[in-house]
Write a protein that binds this ligand. Structure first.
Ligand SMILES: *Cc1c(COP(=O)(O)O)cnc(C)c1O
Length: 402
C-alpha cells in the first residue's frame, strides 16, 4: 500500500478523457459524453478481474458496506457479526443501518476466529462480516461453511485486500458479496471510492437502484427522472473522475502486489533471526497482497523489547494494541456509546433504553495476540536503504533478544 505511489501517465490520460467530454456524472448526457462511461467501464473491469459476475461502484468502502447490507435485507434490530480487529468503518456501517454489531475474537490469521463465530451466532444474526485485514485472508471457506449451516449471508469486507486470493480465487467472491475501498491509503486508490462484487444479479440490481435514490434504471423514453421506484434509496454514486482513476489503478494492481511481495520477503528473512518469532498465519501465502508484514513474539514483554530495538534504530513497528482506530479495546466512543443524536441513538433506543452495551474486556484472546504482534506497512516503492535499515534493525533485535 498505497497505489498513489505509482500515479503516472495512465491516470492522467484517463482523467483527461473525462475532462474532454465535460461529463462528470455516470448517468445521462448521452450525446455529450461521446461514449465515455468510466464508472461503468471500471465496474466491468473490476468484476472481470475478480472473477465476479457483477460489480457496483459507490462513493467509499463504508458506503459499500451499507449498500451491500441493505441489499441483503439487513436493518434495524438485526445483529451483524464482525471481528474485533478491523477499521471502525465496518461497525460504523452496521450501526448506521440500525443493526447491532457483535464482535468475535481473532486468531493468528489476525482475522475472524471461526470457533468464536460459532459461539456468537444467535436467532438475530442476519449477516456475518469477516474482514480480510492487513492485506491477507480470513479463514473464509470455514466461515462461509458455518454461515451456510445457519443460512446467514456472508459479506467479505475486502477493503484492505483487493487482489488477494485463495488458490487463485479472489477474496470477495467466497461469500454472498465482497466490498472494497479505494480511499487514499488503500492498495489501489481513486481518492475516495468503493465497490461491491457479487454473483447474484438480483442483489446487484437492488444495489444499483438503491445507491441512486431508488431510480429503477428501466429504460425510460422520457429520460432520467421519469422512471419508477421500487423502494427508497440514497445517493452513493461514484463520479466519472473516480471511475477513470480506478481503470488506471486496477491495471497496475498485480504489479503493485508483486513489488510489495518482494519487499516483504526481505523483511521476513531478516525477522526470522529473532528467537521464537512466528509469522501471521496465511491461509494461502501465494494469495497474500503483502501490504503489511506481521510477526508475533512469545510474550508482550519480548514484543516490547524487540520494538524498542527497532524504534531505537528509527524503524519502530506498529503494535495494534496501542492503535485506537483498529482494535476493539481502544474504541472508547463505542464503549461509551457516544453519539451526536440527542436521543443517544444508535446506542439508545429513543425511549431512553440502552440497545447495546460494550465491555472492552470481552476479547481476551485477541488482546493476547495483539499484545505480541508487530506490524510493518509494506509499500510498493521502498528504497534499498530503507529496507536495509529495517532488516539491520530486525537482525539486531534477533541478536539482543534471546
Ligand atoms: C478503509 C476501510 C474501510 C472503509 O473504507 P472507506 O473507503 O475509507 O470508507 C472499511 N473497512 C476496512 C477494513 C477498511 O480498512
Amino acid at each position: 500500500m498505497p497505489g498513489f505511489e505509482v500515479f503516472g501517465e495512465e491516470e492522467k490520460q484517463q482523467i483527461s478523457e473525462v475532462l474532454d467530454t465535460g461529463v462528470l456524472f455516470r448517468y445521462e448526457f448521452g450525446e455529450q459524453r461521446k461514449g465515455v462511461y468510466k464508472v461503468l467501464e471500471f465496474e466491468k473491469n473490476f468484476a472481470k478481474y475478480c472473477g465476479a459476475g457483477f460489480a457496483q461502484a459507490v462513493t467509499s468502502g463504508t458506503a459499500a458496506l451499507k449498500v451491500a447490507m441493505t441489499a441483503l435485507g439487513v436493518g434495524a434490530g438485526d445483529e451483524v457479526i464482525t471481528q474485533g480487529f478491523t477499521f471502525v468503518a465496518t461497525w460504523e456501517a452496521i450501526l448506521d443501518i440500525g443493526a447491532i454489531p457483535v464482535f468475535t475474537e481473532i486468531d493468528e490469521t489476525l482475522n475472524m476466529d471461526p470457533d468464536d463465530l460459532r459461539k456468537k451466532i444467535t436467532d438475530k444474526t442476519k449477516c456475518i462480516i469477516p474482514v480480510h485485514m492487513l492485506g491477507a485472508m480470513a479463514r473464509i471457506e470455514e466461515i462461509v461453511s458455518i454461515a451456510k449451516e445457519h443460512d446467514i449471508p456472508v459479506l467479505e469486507d475486502t477493503a484492505q485486500a483487493a487482489g488477494g486470493r485463495i488458490k487463485g480465487q479472489h477474496l470477495g467472491t467466497f461469500g454472498n458479496c465482497g466490498t472494497f475501498s479505494f480511499d487514499s491509503v488503500k492498495t489501489m486508490t481513486t481518492g475516495e471510492g468503493g465497490m461491491i462484487i457479487t454473483a447474484d444479479e438480483n442483489m446487484w440490481r437492488d444495489m444499483s437502484e438503491y445507491h441512486d435514490h431508488g431510480h429503477d434504471h428501466a429504460v425510460n423514453p422520457g429520460g432520467r427522472g421519469g422512471e419508477g421506484r421500487s423502494f427508497i434509496g440514497f445517493n452513493y454514486r461514484m463520479m466519472e473522475l473516480q471511475g477513470a482513476m480506478g481503470i488506471a489503478q486496477l491495471a497496475k494492481l498485480d504489479s503493485m502486489i508483486a513489488a510489495q511481495k518482494a519487499n516483504k520477503a526481505k523483511l521476513r528473512a531478516a525477522a526470522e533471526t529473532i528467537p521464537g518469532v512466528k509469522f501471521r498465519t496465511l491461509v494461502d501465502e501465494e494469495g497474500d497482497t503483502a501490504t503489511f508484514f506481521a510477526f508475533m513474539l512469545e510474550s508482550s514483554e519480548q514484543c516490547n523489547n524487540v520494538n524498542k530495538v527497532l524504534a531505537d534504530a528509527g524503524v519502530g513497528a506498529i503494535n495494534f494494541s496501542e492503535n485506537s482506530w483498529h482494535f476493539y479495546p481502544s474504541w472508547e466512543h463505542l464503549h461509551k456509546g457516544a453519539s451526536l443524536a440527542k436521543s443517544g441513538y444508535p446506542f439508545m433506543d429513543g425511549q431512553g433504553k440502552r440497545r447495546v452495551v460494550y465491555d472492552p474486556d470481552v476479547l481476551p484472546k485477541s488482546a493476547d495476540i495483539m499484545s505480541r504482534t508487530l506490524v510493518y506497512p509494506v509499500s510498493i516503492k521502498m528504497s534499498e536503504e530503507q529496507i536495509g535499515k529495517m532488516c539491520e534493525a530486525l537482525k539486531k533485535a534477533g541478536k539482543e533478544i534471546g
